[in-house]
Design a protein around this ligand. Structure first.
Ligand code: GMT
Length: 375
């Protein structure tokens, strides 16, 4: 199949999933065209069946806001015609499904039929989409898509509850390329980051408010009072500065490393003992899955899709949002007992195998085939 993929090309989970999906589909013989405003961060190698087309939005002083959706829909029309793209898979209802629908209508005018598959990733539904201002556009974009998928059952339920949806939503969980994480626990230069007696705790996110960054710091503060430990904070975002301030106030800045964005997540996870994800809401929690695939147990909240990813008492523990005491106690319990820690590390890997890309990507292929057949 010839498939056009539209996504946010950034470090966020949706961009990562879309990119990994395109890479795997191209390996499986499909011709993939990424159509975005910049090359997706994990899309390093292009080939004869893996292409990237940049959407340019010309600066025009008359416009207070430059019209990205317009530029995207025009680019989609051009690319579908130029490369005979058969189907558009867009990640996020707004603005991508919205722009794709416009492109579909423009193409229809020329007698070209292209179906749209929309994947919901969360923030457009739980945070942005439910804002009354965007609600009509999100509802319209979902209902006009030819097939809709969501990354967890919880997100599907939220979507059905918050919007007037006439479409069936297929749950296709996020996935992981397990081969990427097949390192041994001894070859990751752990000694560069911590002493042998120290445990390494990691958090990875775009450090937005929803990630409850102060809770990450407070949980770590409680851990290091009981066990020698270091905290690795990976990612950039609006909460980063206040987090750095909080570590100084708590007198633990010498134990916390702020990395910024990194394309070496697997290397950092390789030397980690525990992953913290105390989010206020999370439709899936791809970072938790990446941690588990690296054999890192997860202390998370029980919100949104997280219970579908992290199994309480097996791959880690789940707690209520903001239950810092509970999350600290669970973390300390795992970290204090080396046998228990090693067992949780093994379990985390086992749990991640449920999300093996080899079993999930065919679900998307089946949806594409079905959509093309019915279109
Ligand atoms: O979590 C974010 O802020 C980034 C956002 C994104 O657009 O990548 O993540 C959402 O999509 C990911 C991939 O499906 C999910 O793993 C995240 O849970 C989801 N974030 C939220 O629901 C807050």
């Amino acid at each position: 199949m010839k498939i056009g993929i539209v996504c946010y090309p950034t470090f966020g989970g949706s961009g990562v999933v879309a990119t990994e999906l395109g890479l795997e589909l191209s390996k499986r013989g499909h011709e993939i065209h990424f159509i975005t405003y910049s090359q997706p961060v994990r899309l390093e190698l292009l080939s004869n069946n893996l292409h990237f087309h940049e959407v340019h939005v010309p600066e025009y002083p008359l416009f207070h806001y430059q019209p990205y959706e317009l530029a995207l829909s025009s680019k989609l029309v051009d690319m579908v015609k130029l490369h005979d793209i058969q189907l558009l898979h867009v990640h996020y209802a707004i603005p991508h499904a919205y722009a794709a629908y416009m492109a579909q209508q423009m193409l229809l005018d020329e007698g070209i039929h292209v179906p749209i598959v929309t994947t919901l990733h969360g923030t457009d539904i739980t945070l942005v989409g439910s804002h009354p201002f965007y609600k009509p556009a999100v509802t319209f974009s979902i209902n006009k898509s030819d097939a809709v998928t969501s990354v967890s059952d919880s997100l599907k339920k939220d979507t059905m509850r918050l919007f007037n949806i006439e479409k069936d939503i297929h749950v296709v969980p996020n996935f992981i390329d397990l081969e990427k994480y097949q390192h041994s626990f001894t070859d990751c230069q752990r000694e560069m980051m911590a002493n042998e007696d120290e445990r390494i705790i990691t958090h990875i996110s775009n450090m937005r408010e929803v990630k409850q960054i102060p809770d990450v710091i407070k949980i770590f503060y409680n851990i290091q009072k009981e066990i020698p430990a270091k905290l690795m904070m990976v990612g950039e975002g609006p909460e980063k500065e206040s987090a750095e301030r909080l570590t100084r106030e708590l007198g633990i800045s010498d134990r916390v490393v702020f990395f910024g964005n990194s394309s070496e997540i697997d290397r950092i996870l390789c030397f980690s003992d525990l992953f913290l994800l105390p989010s206020q809401t999370e439709s899936f929690g791809l970072a938790a899955l990446e941690a588990m695939a690296s054999g890192v147990p997860v202390i998370s909240t029980n919100t949104g899709g997280l219970p579908e990813v992290n199994e309480d008492g097996f791959s880690g523990y789940l707690s209520d949002v903001n239950a810092v005491k509970d999350m600290s106690a669970n973390a300390i319990k795992i970290l204090k007992n080396i046998e228990m820690l090693n067992q949780f590390k093994v379990n985390a890997k086992v749990q991640s195998q449920k999300f093996d890309l080899h079993s999930i990507v065919p679900m998307y292929e089946a949806i594409y085939k079905e959509t093309l057949k019915n279109f």
